[in-house]
Design a protein around this ligand. Structure first.
Ligand SMILES: *[C@@H]1O[C@H](CO)[C@@H](O)[C@H](O)[C@H]1NC(C)=O
Ligand SMILES: *[C@@H]1O[C@H](CO)[C@@H](O)[C@H](O)[C@H]1NC(C)=O
Length: 319
């Protein structure tokens, strides 16, 4: 009994110790959880960083490519403009107020030409290029001059095929071509704040078809870096209308602006118009096609009326 009596007052004590021990354990567990939560966060952040870097590396494909300006899957409804400082190239030529670039840059729109129009133009290109084509990987068809790649050289389709050409192209094809090039001229004028009537179509303006076949002549080597205004002094604005899709119709073949601080790419999309001022501020090249076939139209503009060319038209056939 005495033991019980002596023991009894000790009971709350024992309970107190037990509680203290339990409380201690609970606190230790909580802080252990806090510690592991902290390290978990570090691990999650590290994984995210590694994942993002890996994704960026894989997404870029070409390890030299630093930035994709526009992806194929995007739809650019409002013209997207990237301004760059103008080079001094334009100072070597007569200036045409309301046309000569004062603001330079690049822009992309998916809102000037529909996919249906791009598909119709691609069928036109396919029919024309089926008449001949280069032995190497790059063929062109110029409806203005009639130039068509054939083997290792070019022929004039209007002379070579004569009246037969009316079996290949229709009035409607030429009408669509004129309509589309007019819309490209309008979007260039609007974007660079020019008077559209002071901008003239110039040569060369042509359809291109490129694939991965080895080059046979230097005309097939489309991938070299170049400056349009250095190659063709009359150029002031260059545009490309894509007629096929990067990723589905072909791989490789992206357009690359080569800036001193990195490369910037545009992924082709059927109906997409990409345009830019033609000087050294827009040094560029086309990535080699690795698979499939890429169709596009290069439409070039000048401010100098002496270098203007007229729209192509169905050749007049004698009745
Ligand atoms: C590239 O195009 C040419 C001309 O149409 C064709 O003969 C060649 O087989 C094509 N090459 C590939 C790899 O598709
Ligand atoms: C841009 O790409 C070219 C190859 O196309 C490469 O030689 C060059 O180093 C790249 N520039 C930068 C800054 O990554």
């Amino acid at each position: 009994m005495t033991i019980q009596r002596r023991g009894n007052p000790k009971v709350p004590d024992a309970n107190g110790i037990e509680k203290k021990i339990k409380r201690g354990n609970a606190l230790r567990q909580a802080s252990a959880w806090r510690v592991s939560r902290g390290s978990l966060l570090v691990v999650v952040v590290a994984l995210a960083v590694v994942g993002t870097l890996t994704w960026l590396y894989l997404a870029s494909g070409d390890p030299y490519t630093t930035e994709t300006l526009v992806r194929q899957a995007e739809v650019i409804a409002l013209t997207r403009v990237y301004t760059v400082d103008c080079s001094e190239d334009y100072e070597n030529y007569k200036r045409y107020p309301g046309c000569t670039p004062k603001t330079c840059g690049r822009a992309v729109t998916d809102n000037s030409v529909t996919r249906e129009e791009a598909m119709a133009l691609r069928r036109l290109a396919e029919r024309g290029l089926a008449l001949a084509g280069s032995d190497g990987g790059a063929s062109i068809l110029d409806l203005h001059s009639g130039a068509l790649s054939m083997g290792k050289q070019f022929v004039n389709i209007y002379r070579y095929f004569g009246e037969q050409i009316t079996d290949v192209f229709s009035e409607e094809d030429f009408r669509l071509y004129r309509e589309v090039r007019g819309r490209i001229q309008a979007v260039i004028a609007e974007t660079f704040d020019l008077d559209p009537s002071l901008l003239y179509l110039t040569k060369p303006t042509f359809f291109s078809r490129i694939n991965s076949t080895l080059a046979k002549t230097q005309h097939d080597e489309y991938w070299h870096p170049h400056i349009d205004k250095v190659t063709y002094g009359s150029f002031d604005y260059t545009s490309l209308l894509y007629l096929s899709d990067y990723g589905t119709d072909f791989t490789g073949g992206r357009f690359i602006f080569m800036d001193s601080n990195g490369n910037r790419t545009v992924e082709p999309r059927a109906g997409r118009v990409s345009f830019f001022s033609s000087g050294s501020e827009n040094l560029h090249r086309v990535e080699q096609v690795s698979w499939g076939t890429r169709y596009a139209i290069t439409v070039s503009f000048t401010c100098d009326p002496a270098h203007a060319i007229s729209d192509p038209a169905m050749p007049i056939t004698s009745v």
